[in-house]
Design a protein around this ligand. Structure first.
Ligand code: NCD
Length: 296
């Protein structure tokens, strides 16, 4: 694996290999084992041109747990403000000594361009509405730990499908794994044509789901929150009561409490939101290790 730009086109065995590796690292962290220092002496730069809490911090810790050095680039206090171009910024970070770049940007395709300009391996930490592959992988890790197998799992992804890079990556990740996937949201946020099933009727479908995956409404990308949206697609106690006993609720964060989910659902035993965050570090460790030392 030279880059980790997206899950589109990635085969089942490659996805399963990464999920298994991440789950093993999670177990090792939980046991307090000494972790393999696959990045010892290597330098990884975090270049986030969009806000982030979970993704950036978990890449930071993932790099450190593998023994690597972290270079953190903050656009709001960097020479980007003096007009330095993206190209010149990326080449500069490479010249300083970064050997792997983790890139988030509001424009689709920027991580790939940064890889071309610098010749370095790049991990996509979210590009526009396109992909956020480490998020989808950590979601698969979370589901595998909860349900054992992903095959046949009935998953509904709810909300701002059109603008969500998380949905983009989840669709590519779940299709090869035989997940029974349905996209749920207002008609204008659903794909016109898609190989994936879709509906705008959450209440009709909710009793059939094992997993309800709520997406944040992407207001910065054109998504609009209004009362009708909350009424039709918000996850609340009434809808949670319609779920089967074992069914779970997920969200990539940050949550708009009272929009995608009410407080009682966020904090209920069905919610895997904290588990998703917890699995972010081992998942990013598995991806970094795979880029630097190759597959296993
Ligand atoms: C996601 C993102 O940035 O795409 N956040 C995250 O990384 N957990 C989801 C979102 O912001 O809606």
């Amino acid at each position: 694996m030279k880059n980790f730009l997206g899950l589109r086109g990635m085969g089942r065995s490659e996805i399963e290999r990464l999920v298994t590796a991440a789950a093993e690292i999670r177990d090792a962290i939980d046991r307090g084992d000494e972790l393999e220092q696959s990045l010892a002496g290597r330098c990884v730069a975090n270049m986030f041109f969009e806000p982030s809490t979970r993704t950036r911090l978990s890449f930071d810790l993932a790099i450190q747990r593998l023994g690597g050095h972290v270079l953190t680039f903050f656009p709001e206090t960097s020479s980007s403000l003096k007009g330095e171009s993206l190209h010149d910024t990326a080449v500069t970070v490479a010249a300083i000594g970064a050997e792997v770049l983790v890139v988030r940007h509001k424009e689709e395709g920027v991580p790939e361009k940064v890889g071309e300009w610098t010749g370095l391996p790049v991990i996509n930490a979210g590009d526009g509405s396109n992909e956020h592959p480490t998020q989808a992988l950590l979601d698969l890790v979370t589901l595998k730990r909860r349900f054992g197998s992903l095959s046949g799992l009935r998953v509904g992804i709810v909300g701002d499908i059109a603008h969500s890079r998380v949905a983009g990556s989840l669709v590519h990740a779940m299709s090869p794994l035989d997940v029974d996937l349905v996209l749920i949201g207002p008609g204008e946020w659903l794909p016109n044509e898609s190989a994936v099933a879709h509906t705008d009727d959450l209440d009709a479908i909710i009793p059939n789901l094992d997993v309800v995956y709520l997406l944040r409404v992407q207001t910065e990308r054109g998504g609009v929150i209004d009362d009708e949206y909350i009424t039709r697609f918000g996850m609340n106690a009434r809808r949670a009561a319609a779920l089967g006993e074992e069914a779970v609720v997920m969200h990539p964060g940050p949550v708009n409490r009272g929009v995608e989910l009410t407080d009682d659902v966020v904090d209920s035993p069905r919610s895997l939101i904290s588990e998703q965050v917890r699995n972010g570090v081992p998942t990013r460790m598995a991806v970094l290790r795979s880029l630097v030392v190759g597959g296993r």
